[in-house]
Write a protein that binds this ligand. Sequence first.
Ligand code: DLL
Length: 432
Amino acid sequence: MIWNKEFESMERVKLSQLQGSRLQELIGRVYEKVPFYKKRMDEAGVKPADISGIEDIKKLPFTSKVDMREVYPYGLLAVPEEELVEIHTSSGTTGSPVVDAYTLNDIELWMEVMGRTLTAAGVTKKDTVQNAYGYGLFTGGLGVHYGSRKIGANVIPISGGNTQRQLQIMQDFKTNAITCTPSYSLFLAEEGRKAGMDFASLPLRVGLLGAEPWSDAMRKDIEEKLSISAFDIYGLTEIIGPGVSAECEHKDGLHIFEDVFYPEIINPATGEVLPDGERGELVITTLTKEGTPVIRFRTRDITYLIREKCGCGRTMVRMHRSLGRTDDMLIIRGVNVFPSQIEEVLMNIEGVEPHYQIVVDRKGQLDSIEVHVEMNDKLFSDEIKNLENAEKKIEEKLYSVLNIHTIVKLVETSSLQRFMGKAQRVIDRRQI
Ligand code: DLL
């Protein structure tokens, strides 16, 4: 099912025209109302009159997370404060948080794109949605909540954590859809199994998982363990929260709701716009947002755009599932390593569980990288010699992909930390 055929299946030519007129209107508005954007555009020598179609977007300057932090809290506001009805911010662990301030129309927009997201995963009015994303300043909880309201589904606002209660509620209220991070879904599966639950016999049917990177191999594992079909959903606080893009039943990339969020892929080093299919940094412009509109925001997420027709009938361009973040990349002895590459290797090895941690350190002048990964009970009961062989084999596989030597340590099931929200897989102990 498609939630909003008019927009989601719009003919491409018409869509470009719509994007163009929305961009024109947006730029006129922010130039007048947001001194930050006026200054930026003046510096770049661009005037609102220079924007006459969507292709002119290239003339506009980028906005970065650093810019947003510098104008904290209200420097991007394009409406009087009294028009605001809700605020969300990022966690701000690495500096001032970034702020998304919503007008009532912005909340309606959020309901719309989250309605599309849930519908694309097959959730309907008849379903009960157990929303285990955190409620609060984090956008996951309320984003799913608003989307569920829009489509008329029955939402259980349980928020994150409290795992035993989650499992109980899932059974008592016959949950059909679970929404949480992929890592938390695995924790739910693990705790459920310990409690003797048989997920296959429950009405639980789908998962809408996101907010952190995960691989296709991890998807298979989650689908098997929870007996669900798992969908990837993507978004970020700076743009709206979840609801920027979502998978449909074909699961061949995430449809970006580009009538409202215009995507570009750029070379992160030069800022040059790349053609479809080439991998680079995702940049998004919010075409209709009122409270805190964002022009060419550099997400730092790495992906590429897929323009081929999708069997679902949506014409909206797709992005490949996130391939990591430009700031996630580890440079180990001069070699670029993405945690997602390590995950992909680990998840394809039999006997290895989807719980791992990457520890980077520097001894003398030399970087070292250790991968700690849980193995299942069967492998654990093997002789030490077999374990050592298994570690060697994984090290070899990692070498063939990464081109650097790693030290692999297989550890007991349930010994690594579990996460209720976004998982933190990398510990970087280097003091540089
Ligand atoms: O994580 C919004 C969200 C909530 C998305 C619930 C999906 C579900 P932030 O906390 O601002 O917002 O973090 C945004 O998380 O730039 C990505 O790096 C990462 N991220 C979000 N979704 C995905 C995903 C929410 N599906 C940052 N795959 C983004 C990979 C994701 N990374």
